[in-house]
Design a protein around this ligand. Structure first.
Ligand SMILES: Cc1ncc(COP(=O)(O)O)c(C=O)c1O
Length: 387
């Protein structure tokens, strides 16, 4: 099928719930994708923050192929070597206090399970989240999302969700009470325009949670798995070393094979019993092979150090660039803030075969490239912005 045929059929048979770019992706390698028409695009959006290891990383592809040849799936009702390895590896790279992993299939599901575990661990129901945070589209997660129209389209909302202001501990203290089970935070608010809080804020949250017996959840669906130049935001310098009680993950975790996870400490795991949580597909062998290979590829190719290098290079090359007000974010989660709405820049980059993302802040262009993106590739972006 040529592009026009693909577009016609997809538009006819798929619900029109996505604003699509006018290209059809056929294959990918590293930071690049090729369209059905044979054109090459630099993907600085990483397939929507998913392809951390780059498109079709050979180590990940080999692991998936080999696993598919052995067995595609069996549920958690049996033991599995590859699941054991995935859980062990994740816990070993996580902040020190993390002791166990729970596997699911997506980011929204990871957050739903994180909130459920916090309620089970505390015997309370209320959850505090932050305006500007995005947590997913299933009932509980969308009710926790105080951003744009999301709570509205998720109605009726799950009760017990309240919002505080990102970075403002006073606003959290104003809504916390003896019914609060959890504070859940997207540590860098990606969709809101890559908004950051001071590291001190995470300390204040940790202290408040400890004082009040509340569980602290970091939604690291975007910031996790190396993206910020650290394996996780939790426990890193970015959080001033603060470790949450629960970390939720998805997106990059399987390099494109759907998989989510919650990482928890003993304060949480002590309260979770058989049949409290579960999902058919969570922990399936194919997804687990993708997790192990993703983490190995990041390690083997030194991608975490590369994410830091790329951030610095981007900041250097954009400093003083005309129309650029600020560069937000860390590692390979970057928001470029322009003086004016960035729609025309986004379109110009696409016309120059560079894929980037927008955000809910019209002036902020988002970059979520693979963690293996090179400084030469970043220069292609800077060149178009300067032209
Ligand atoms: C921070 C964050 N949390 C949760 C989600 C929901 O993840 P999923 O789309 O896999 O359900 C997203 C998705 O964009 C996200 O960015």
């Amino acid at each position: 099928m040529n592009f026009e045929e693909i577009k016609t059929v997809e538009d006819e048979f798929q619900l029109a719930t996505y604003k699509k770019m006018d290209i059809s992706v056929e294959r990918g390698r590293g930071s690049w994708v090729w369209t059905s028409e044979g054109e090459k695009y630099l993907d600085l959006y990483g397939g929507h923050a998913v392809c951390a290891t780059g498109h079709s990383h050979p180590h990940v592809v080999k692991a998936i192929q080999e696993q598919a040849d052995k067995v595609l799936f069996y549920s958690n009702l049996v033991y599995s070597e590859i699941r054991a390895k995935a859980a062990e590896k994740l816990v070993s790279i996580a902040p020190k206090s993390v002791s166990k992993a729970f596997f699911c299939n997506s980011g929204t599901e990871a957050n739903e399970n994180a909130m459920r575990m916090a309620r089970m661990a505390t015997g309370r129901e209320k959850v505090i989240t932050f305006s500007g945070g995005f947590h997913g589209r299933t009932a509980d997660s969308i009710s926790a999302t105080f951003l744009g129209k999301y709570r509205e389209i998720g109605k009726p909302n799950v009760p017990g969700h309240v919002a505080a202001e990102f970075g403002d501990i006073g606003s959290v203290m104003a809504v916390i009470d003896d019914q609060t089970a959890a504070i859940m935070i997207e540590p860098i608010q990606s969709m809101a325009g890559v908004r950051e809080a001071a590291p001190q804020f995470f300390h204040e949250l940790r202290d408040l949670c400890d004082e009040r017996g509340v569980m602290l959840i970091f939604d690291e669906v975007q910031t996790g798995v190396g993206r910020t130049g650290n394996w996780f935001f939790g426990g890193s310098d970015l959080a001033d070393g603060v470790e949450p009680d629960i970390i939720s993950l998805a997106k990059s975790l399987g390099s494109g094979i759907p998989v989510g996870a919650c990482l928890v400490n003993n304060k949480v795991s002590d309260h979770i019993k058989e049949n409290d949580l579960g999902t058919t597909f969570g922990g399936g062998m194919l997804a687990m092979a993708a997790v192990v290979a993703t983490l190995e590829a990041i390690e083997q190719d030194d991608m975490i150090a590369n994410a830091r290098k790329v951030e610095q290079h981007l900041r250097d090359s954009l400093s003083g660039a005309s129309g650029v007000v600020a560069v937000h974010g860390k590692g390979c989660l970057i928001g470029i803030e322009f003086e004016e709405a960035c729609g025309p820049v986004h379109r110009k980059l696409l016309e120059n075969n560079i894929i980037t993302g927008t955000s809910s802040d019209p002036k902020v262009l988002r970059l979520l490239p693979p963690l293996c993106v090179t400084t030469d590739e970043i220069d292609l972006l800077s060149g178009v912005l300067a032209a």
